[in-house]
Design a protein around this ligand. Sequence first.
Ligand SMILES: Nc1ncnc2c1ncn2[C@@H]1O[C@H](COP(=O)(O)OP(=O)(O)O)[C@@H](O)[C@H]1O
Ligand SMILES: [Mg+2]
Length: 241
Amino acid sequence: MSATLEAPPVLDETALRCAGMQKFLGEGAARIQALRGVDLELMPGEIHAVVGPSGCGKSSLLYILGLLDRPDAGTLWVQGGEVSTWTDEELSHRRNASLGFIFQFHFLLQDFTAAENIMIPMRRLGGWSERDMRERAVSLLEAVGLGDKANRSSRALSGGEQQRVAIARALANDPAVILADEPTGNLDSANSERVFDLMRRLTHTERKALLLVTHNPAIANSCDVVHTMRDGLIVNEQRRG
Ligand SMILES: Nc1ncnc2c1ncn2[C@@H]1O[C@H](COP(=O)(O)OP(=O)(O)O)[C@@H](O)[C@H]1O
Ligand SMILES: [Mg+2]
């Protein structure tokens, strides 16, 4: 009997990984080391929280992981690709195609409708017809419970609704990784919970990887992994069983 050749098992590829990440910020006497060697690994379907006091380097880390800033030392991989080997063109394509961002202050364009805001990242990526972009924007708004508000201008939405539009916008290009810097920081507790539940549901059902900075202990404790940062370093990493 001939031996059957078995295909090698498909390994779940890391969504985001960094090793030895360092970053210096500021000039002259004000120069500080914001990151002192950060290691992190996110798999698809996982939610990680980053917690730590103000000024410990959380936002600096997210900017680098989100390809919005470059590290001074260390290696970063996005979906297995080593970022330092990418051309500028590839870098900006990856930033749009693989990563979604949610900030504390949503940064929606206030004069644009909810749907138009979500179409902005799609336009940047290119290759979509106007009609397909609009259809996708509306279906993303439905996913965040705002299907009936697609044509409403952003300024006429509540804070919680605007943050849900920002989540839909982060998902516009179907990114593998979502980075969120205090996404519920300016919401009341009911809206925080609602927004976080939504992010968790979308992360798990669509097997995204989500890394979020939060000061909310209830949110941090319901993440799969909690990284505690202090003074530019991850000093503790706790994985829930
Ligand atoms: N552009 C900058 N120039 C100089 N220092 C900066 C700059 N941005 C941030 N910092 C400093 O870097 C450190 C880390 O900042 P940050 O990453 O924003 O912390 P966190 O998000 O945890 O509050 C802080 O000491 C902050 O003051
Ligand atoms: Mg910050």
